[in-house]
Design a protein around this ligand. Structure first.
Ligand code: ADP
Ligand code: MG
Length: 158
């Protein structure tokens, strides 16, 4: 059977760091647990910055850093856990792919993955993808691709 993607898209432009932080914390506040978010951009696009504000929006007091060397980190957010993976420059995800598969099953977990291309087969078909494009030093274009059942994660247009 061929999986037909019927993802919807929503996009916005972030004019500065503050815009991205607001977007991330808004997203964090709408997360219920069980979601998987894939972040795609070049280095410096703002993936880790977005994770930091998602954590804040989820109510976490933990410090979010880049997991590039540790591959994965966990942040507490009330009854939820934010799992943060980063597969940058990894050619073999090895045991971390198993770890990823395991936490994807946590109903109170939110899983965010940077550089997920090598673990694409581990991600559930229904996940939110955020593509960030750097258009100037401080401007970012963000495109959200999401299935129908994750519509609640998208900001209301104002
Ligand atoms: P990545 O994880 O994608 O490599 P980071 O979040 O580590 O990216 O870095 C993004 C950098 O870009 C930070 O230094 C941040 O301050 C800067 N920046 C400038 N403008 C923006 C913006 N509009 N949104 C996000 N980050 C921005
Ligand atoms: Mg990063």
């Amino acid at each position: 059977m061929v999986y037909m993607s019927t993802d919807l898209t929503w996009q916005t432009v972030s004019m500065n760091l503050n815009d991205t932080e607001r977007l991330g914390s808004g997203l964090g506040s709408r997360l219920r647990g069980g979601e998987v978010i894939e972040l795609i951009s070049d280095v410096g696009g703002g993936k880790t910055t977005l994770v930091r504000s998602i954590a804040k929006g989820m109510g976490s007091k933990d410090t979010v850093g880049s997991p590039s060397f540790t591959l994965s980190r966990e942040y507490r957010a009330g009854d939820k856990t934010l799992y943060h993976f980063d597969f940058y420059r990894l050619s073999d995800p090895g045991i971390v792919a198993n770890e990823l598969a395991e936490v994807i099953g946590d109903p109170l977990g939110v899983v965010v993955v940077e550089w997920a291309n090598i673990v694409e087969n581990v991600l559930p078909a229904h996940h939110l993808t955020i593509r960030i494009k750097t258009t100037s030093e401080t401007k970012r274009q963000l495109v959200f691709e999401y299935p129908d059942n994750l519509q609640y994660l998208i900001p209301e247009e104002s």
